[in-house]
Design a protein around this ligand. Sequence first.
Ligand code: PMP
Length: 282
Amino acid sequence: MTDIVYLNGELLAKKDAKISVLDRGFLFADGIYEVIPVYNSTPFRLKQHLDRLSYCLKQLNIINPHSDIEWKNIIRTLIERNGGGHLSIYLQVTRGVSNDRNQVIDEVMTPTVMLLASPLLVNEESIETASATLLEDIRWQHCDIKSIALLGNIMLRNKAQQLGCDEAILHRDNLVTEGSTSNVFMVKFREVYTPPQNQLILGGITRDVIIELAEESGLKVHQENITVDDLLSADEVWISSSSREISPITQIDGKIIGSGQVGPVANVLHSEFQAFKKTLIN
Ligand code: PMP
């Protein structure tokens, strides 16, 4: 029951939502996106998602087409029209439709806004573990911008899949950056480590939630460089994202991480995450 999409002010059936071939999103991947989890019809950390959207649009000099109140109304309507419950909202803003295919930007452009909903599969009871492969981070130098240009991520994620792994954990100059679709954490001697937030990683909304929850539970969190060797010798490793929440990595390129099971810190943080969600949505 998630057939209704929002396109430039209209609510339409997916098959009827069409854009111009001259849309710069289509021609150049000139746009930004967000993925917002919705639990029991309530968007999770919406303000933070809208702040990141605003930041990313600013980086590309695309004028934010809506105020936060307008975005909230659009999202609320889309949730209602798609039956509510647990959903994942995909939101995309492109620079808009140009007069011709020209990399130089027309002065006045009206952004194209599209949102769609899909079912969000949440398993609140148990944690889903995953396997990973280490791959060189071949992406550009502005991974803090949530660009719809995802070719690098797609190549890496599919390479991981071909190797029989769920995720690619990326590294540059021997330092771990992030996953192809997630942020990376590790635990050593019951202290939590995650790479620093800079232009080489996306500042994940889930990453921030986990850091807050870990600190509230008295765990020390280090936002500092992690080498490939640090990661491979960690007691626990997990990835985080809006769709996966916390997903422990039990194997990297066939090497067992820690006990090869969900570690105690991941377990505690998973439970706290579920409890935290409940305080917001009930
Ligand atoms: N890094 C990358 C490259 C991602 O694609 C994602 C998922 N969108 C994340 C990190 C995690 O971000 P979030 O927690 O906001 O979903």
